[in-house]
Design a protein around this ligand. Structure first.
Ligand code: HEC
Length: 141
């Protein structure tokens, strides 16, 4: 049992090291984003708009949204959505649904989809940097 826990801790620490993933690394699937789009339309679009552009009083979830969340990790965003949204009905959506909605938000901001779904586990999401400027890719070239 202790070995298993130690193994988990080691892998989480490793994920946070030099090989950390970012939102550029195809961290969700198209199917997941499509599910997220449906949930978004049902629960969020009334305020944030069908095209996520917000209104005068309600912040957009595209555009300046990206630099605002930059340099945090994905769990922070999912956590925020889970605890603060949808405004007026906070906590009414499951973590799985909020994770799907987050996939849809990533897609809407031009971050690539891939073969593996975004995990709803907070520890997995913490291992993914919300890296708006794609520093990793810039370094690789
Ligand atoms: C009743 C209107 C309303 C609904 C419905 C709503 N939001 Fe919001 N949302 C807001 C307002 C207002 C803010 C700004 C809150 C603040 O600054 O404290 C906000 C802020 C946010 C932010 C932070 C944006 C930023 O960059 O600061 C995110 C992310 C977000 N909402 C996601 C969602 C998601 C996802 C849903 C659906 C599950 C949702 N919201 C539903 C009104 C709403």
């Amino acid at each position: 049992m202790h070995k298993i826990i130690l193994g988990l801790v080691v892998s989480v620490v490793a994920a946070g090291s030099a090989h950390a993933k970012s939102i550029w690394d195809s961290v969700y699937t198209e199917d997941q984003a499509a599910r997220g789009a449906t949930a978004y339309q049902q629960n969020c679009s009334r305020c944030h708009g069908l095209n996520l552009s917000g209104t005068f009083e309600i912040p957009p979830l595209v555009g300046r949204f990206v630099p605002y969340w930059s340099d945090s990790t994905l769990d922070v965003l999912v956590d925020y959505i889970t605890h603060a949204m949808p405004l007026g009905r906070t906590g009414s959506l499951s973590l799985a649904t909020n994770t799907d909605i987050t996939a849809f938000i990533l897609k809407s901001n031009g971050f690539p989809a891939g073969a593996k779904e975004l995990s709803a586990q907070s520890a997995d999401q913490k291992a993914i940097n919300f890296d708006s400027t794609n520093k990793k890719r810039a370094k690789a070239h």
